[in-house]
Write a protein that binds this ligand. Sequence first.
Ligand SMILES: Nc1ncnc2c1ncn2[C@@H]1O[C@H](COP(=O)(O)OP(=O)(O)OP(=O)(O)O)[C@@H](O)[C@H]1O
Ligand SMILES: [Mg+2]
Length: 455
Amino acid sequence: MAIEKIVVVDDEMMIRKALETQLRNKRYSVASASDLKGARKILSRDSFDLVFLDLRLPDGEGTDLLEEITAKTEAPMVVMMTGYGSVESAVSCMQMGAFDYVVKPFSFEQIEVVVDKVASFDKMRRVTKYYVEESDTRSSDIIGESQPVQNLKNLVNKVAKTEASVLITGENGTGKELVARELYRNSMLAKQPYIRVNCAAISETLMESEFFGHEKGAFTGATDRREGRFELADGGTILLDEISEIAPALQAKLLRVLQEKEFERVGGNKTIQVKVRVLATTNRDLMGEVKKGNFREDLYYRLNVFPIEVPPLRDRGLDILLLATSFLARHARKHGIEEIEFSKDCVKAIESHNWPGNVRELENAVERAVILAEKGNAIEADLLGLQSAGGSKSTNPSKILDIESGEIESMEEVERKHIQIALQAFDGNRTHAAEKLGLNVRTLRNKIKQYELEG
Ligand SMILES: Nc1ncnc2c1ncn2[C@@H]1O[C@H](COP(=O)(O)OP(=O)(O)OP(=O)(O)O)[C@@H](O)[C@H]1O
Ligand SMILES: [Mg+2]
């Protein structure tokens, strides 16, 4: 998809209308606003690819809106429009995440050039996002000062410099992927590709072709030759996430790549050589799986050259609060909320909860609380789905059972709320929400429709 939907925000009617008409003539779908308020309304209604944004508007600065836009994950690109007098501010907008700026008065040719530039940049961005999951924009540093986390960081720094395979273990949501990324970023291969494969998310039938690629006509649907993840990762690092889920038939082939550094594409007979550093994660007891006969022992030892165990959140002492406050700041910023804090009771509840879902549970709870928080009030424990004063834990903030009135919510209502919470927690990202809810994306989509929820 190229650029399709564009928003023009300018209070000068002449400029707005001219740009609107010319862009429409080029078959873009265009919406326009004369102030920030109108622009916000348009942007909340639909998703757009590009925004032309004036620097000064009657109800505020374009930069305010720029900040709101760039804080979103699937944000449109922004091009600032400015007069000669304020080119400097336009340049500083680029540091804030604007893609480019144009100086008024501009010709439509200039605009066309910018739109083309945005389109090709956007395409490149999507391609790299799909194949090479580079460090994302938010800081991915491992937060934590506790002894277990300090030990972890030391180990990561040491192991990163070697080219050995690493097996990262730990409970759900402890930060295994984060550790993998740190290993990569601190390694000699940090400038080379980093390819992640989520073994749990790929069906057994497709896994081999995902790993090793396929030749044209290898199976129904293989209309083209395709490179597998190992080929894409050549010279760099591959992360085999949730390695315990790898199909048994594939374990032997994986072992061969690790030992001989070679494989064939599905349906092909040419042997392909690669040099790839392998990182793997699991939240299962992989040795236990070996004993049960579900996982090859030789493969286990190949992967487990360096074991790294990520400690559960409940063992990290004060880090729990450190993480909670840093997530609070991050999500408040993301949702445009200023000055928000946890109440004293809430702090106690956070410290005494045992966080079975670890850092991910904490982060999701904090984000949900930020969304539900009332302006100006401190966050109370119930917004985090916790009971105050260290009581027993509940993780559902919706009131399913009202004991006094004897009212019980229907399954449908509970499901509807649960899905809504999941969608909020993942910023409307259906793939992530579906994964966490244990649904496939299609089922989730149908339920969103059924319950008339906003995706
Ligand atoms: N020490 C930390 N500092 C900051 N953020 C963290 C830390 N640990 C985890 N996170 C964040 O928590 C979330 C979960 O981490 P991650 O996905 O790495 O966990 P995981 O162990 O791979 O989980 P799973 O077992 O469910 O796959 C991520 O958003 C990650 O950035
Ligand atoms: Mg993970």
